[in-house]
Write a protein that binds this ligand. Sequence first.
Ligand code: KG4
Ligand code: ZN
Length: 363
Amino acid sequence: MPRILGIESSCDETAASVVEDGERILSSVVASQLDVHAKYGGVVPELASREHLRSIVPVVREAMAAAGLNWTDLDAVAATSGPGLAGALLVGLTYAKAICFATGLPLITVNHIEGHIHAVILEAKQRGTPVEFPALAMIVSGGHTHMFEASGSDYKLLGRTRDDAAGEAFDKVGKLLGFGYPGGPVIDRLARFGNPDAVRFTTARMKGNTLDFSFSGLKTAVLRWVEAHSMEEEIAGRKALLRENPRPTDEEWLAVTPPRTLDLVASFQGAVVDELLRHALGATSLMENARSLIVSGGVACNSGLRAAVTNRALGIPVHFPSFGLSTDNAVMIAAAAFPKFGRREFAGFDAPAEPNLSLAGMK
Ligand code: KG4
Ligand code: ZN
């Protein structure tokens, strides 16, 4: 029953977790840097590294204490080696190496995207309905929008974004409309008060038979709409609200957001969801033997996406992670390390942080 300590520090969350047998979560600690980056409207890499440095030791200590374990109770230490911000990755990876150096435990390096996939595999196992392979995996987060064919630990890239990631589109539109950072959760909450058919947005269709995504045209369309509807005053009102109160309630947002803007938000979310659903359907027809679809990454929290991408719509079982395991965490890193532990796929102390690390031979 191997116990693996997972460490995640690729972007703006410092996280540590102990997972037993690739399935039982003994602890999970996530220190979010949201408040640090929110006032800049996005993640500032230098600040992220500094915050990781500040948090890494207490976060790992807390994860070990919550699991009630000592180093000698562990079988391996796993850390994200990429993709992500170079300075941020280095903090978690170097700390993992230090633990391994001091304790003699083996080191396992994990691809962050494979981690998101394993968050779903772990929870499906816990529910007693394991993910069936070959599977399709759609990873939609602030940094990634990828569609893979997954057969166990083999991944083939079927499509990816050519410009912005889905979460990045949510964040950019959120920032543009004065909803602060990250935009995804607020847009999701407010979209249900608007009419998704009010504004007709179309997303760019790639030439040829490709499953690549594009979201920058949609973001520009929202910008044009904003420019054409003189919204400066209401946007300024929302920015003022955020300065007073970093976490407004729905009621507070609604007080400074007219119905027309709620319609815009709902239509934007609808267009992103349509695009993701279209790709999920495209992937199932391309890979006829797919036995399930995994959806993971921060945007997997989106209620519109969860309502649209269903077993019924896809014709195969669809697996979403719980909300806590959709966004970045270290459970997924420890879980992804478990099959590697079985294969004794250990890394050396020279294992580099790889900001552009790919899954399936493509960046
Ligand atoms: O997976 P994650 O924590 O970090 C990356 O690996 O990027 O994803 C964060 C992203 C952000 O862009 C955030 O706006 C988006 O996930 N997000 C959402 C929702 N919750 C988080 N997007 C849409 N709807 C949501 N409910
Ligand atoms: Zn992520």
